[in-house]
Design a binder for this molecule. Sequence first.
Ligand code: 3UK
Length: 536
Amino acid sequence: MKYTAHVDTFARDNLPPKVQWPEFLFELPELQYPGRLNCGTELLDKPVTRGYGHRVALRSADGECTYTQLFTQANRLANVLVRELGVKPGNRVLLRGPNNPMMAACWFAVMKAGAICVATMPLLRAKELTDIIEKAEISHALCDKRIDAELKAAMAGCPTLKTVSYWYDDAPDSLDTLALKQPLWFSNAATAADDVALIAFTSGTTGKPKGTMHLHRDVIAMCDAFPRSCLKVHKDDVFCGTPPIAFTFGLGGMLCFPLRYGASTVLVEKHTPQTLLETIQNFKASVCFSSPVMFRQMAGTAKDYDLGSLKKCVSAGEALPDATRQLFKEATGIEIIDGIGSTEMIHIFISHTPERARRGATGYAIPGYKATVLDEEGRVCPPGKVGKLAVKGPTGCRYLADERQKEYVQRGWNITGDAYLRDEQGYFFYRARTDDMIISAGYNIAGPEVEGALLTHPAVGECGVVGWPDAERGTIVKAFIVLKKDVPKSEETVKALQEHVKNAIAPYKYPRAIEFMDSLPRTETGKLQRFKLRSK
Ligand code: 3UK
């Protein structure tokens, strides 16, 4: 039996069989890790022992928290978990809260205790929480008191759940109160590098949620891949942005990346384009993680703020339309770094430095990762041909007890479900989700390409393009559009937009139907829910 610190072996027992794992690559010198590794120790204890203790780790409207303060609070909370709540290494601990300092401290406490963190998005409802608690056999939950209702509603249907503790609460048994009574020191669990550290549930659009399992080593590998090669983080960087810590995009960008490099992060519970711009201005933030829609909205009012501190912007979650890239560059002078990542891969695997941005491309396989495009039979497509994106690297997909492992991992490759093409230089161009390709009159049309064309028209705020059943033509291209303020929802506007698309891209791709909306359906992670548009 291989070494493990887990006395509760649930995660190990429910990993997919090794033959169904993707191939892992650890060729780079920066991706060599020892057999025992605790990502909490690496990201938090080590900076303190290396003399970064006095530096600021977390920033928020309420003040600053140094590395030492975060370290001692995480130690105290880890003591609460182990001594008061009986958490054993390998137990699953649910975390529920928006981006705030206690959410961050609790995440580290779970890592230190050698337990497995299952962080959940604040907007999840009782039903979704129940599915997750059942699937991951969660025994303990830590929750921000202000969003306790849905978790309370879920509890009755969750027999595995033994304790629920709340923070930002002054009850005698609240986490805050219990933590105050605990010692400042904690001896971290000596986890194996390949012990599971977290189970991240996908924000899947259909079917039961899938739990993706990531090891202590994976958390560190994500920090040593994208931020090292594309962001080039400096210890004086101040990170800010929108993705929740409960989403692996946010876990990296809003917490682990800054700490890996001795930098700091501004935690804000809920952002609008205005609050994000204010945050950059007031905290002199230098790195900003967000989604394409947010960057587009920020471009509109960026000129009203002093954004002089801002150096790097990272966009992920959805394809970044070139129109948004250009608008943002005109408004701020900054070339956005686009990157595709997934919950299965934990973070970004195709991206670029600002200098190497290519219009319309997501980027190239970042150092440590390999990417290719495969046809239906699994053969490598020649440059220029659209096929299925396939990647491998130091991280990869391991679903918790799920038949769908065989769909995501094929012959050692992670198949992300995206249609892509690769050019002669190794740049990857996004087309659509594989199941979002519109087949109309025999043509293959990628919705995002039509969206990209629409977004270059000044009247368009946001849009989503899907295939729409049509009695005569089978399927037609239909666009759902949120117009900018004061643009009339008229037949003339429809005509003008259709003409605009016909002039921008091949005319057969133009939206034959256009419907105006006040807003588009999006997930909490900012993704457009095309299936909701299709079933309207
Ligand atoms: C899509 C993109 C084009 C793509 C994520 C960065 O989004 C993340 O994880 P999810 O599991 O979704 C994965 C899917 O989202 N996508 C993401 N980024 C891009 N499509 N261009 C992009 N830049 O369909 C992918 O398969 O929610 C992103 C880091 C961590 C993440 N979990």
